[in-house]
Design a protein around this ligand. Structure first.
Ligand SMILES: [Zn+2]
Length: 169
């Protein structure tokens, strides 16, 4: 597991800034139990609105199975503040830590392993994600949920293609 960051000791919660020592990967509460029981992530934060894992800043970029693929279910917070439970807070109300039953006790998760785990967990819960298409501008994979749509110059008028927002005309 990665990172030397650890939460403050005690049983309280603190509002801490994202993007400095960690980015926060937020997912629906329903995927948390599978990831904790079967995945390779570190400790999970269980909150009222969902569950979350902390990863090194910027680490969600460049995974083989990108987080963009999960954008329907999973968000990555690299700015703003989040309520972080202190190390000893193991139950609610409010955010608290849930440690995997096996493996090393880690406060941070490896982003790309977490992406793989979340892809399995969301597929088990919600069904398979659509396959990516090649972007007509840069040819890299583009996922419909994070795409913009642009007229397809290689097709009859009225046909639209998914492109990256940065590649859109
Ligand atoms: Zn592109």
């Amino acid at each position: 597991m990665t990172g030397r960051w650890a939460p403050p000791s005690g049983g309280d919660v603190s509002l801490l800034p994202a993007g400095r020592q960690w980015d926060m990967v937020c997912a629906p509460a329903a995927v948390g139990p599978w990831v904790t029981a079967h995945g390779r992530a570190g400790a999970m934060i269980r909150g009222d609105a969902g569950c979350a894992w902390l990863v090194p800043p910027g680490a969600t970029a460049g995974c083989r199975r990108p987080f963009a693929e999960l954008a329907q279910y999973v968000t990555v917070a690299a700015t703003g503040h989040a309520l972080i439970p202190h190390a000893g807070r193991a139950c609610g109300p409010g955010p608290h830590w849930v440690h995997p039953p096996r493996g090393p006790r880690a406060w941070m998760s490896t982003a790309c392993l977490l992406a793989d785990d979340l892809l399995i967990a969301t597929e088990l819960l919600y069904g398979p994600l659509p396959l990516p298409e090649p972007c007509p501008v840069c040819a890299a994979a583009v996922y419909a949920r994070t795409a913009e749509w642009a007229p397809d110059p290689a097709a009859p008028a009225g046909m639209w293609r998914a492109v990256h927002p940065a590649c859109a005309p």
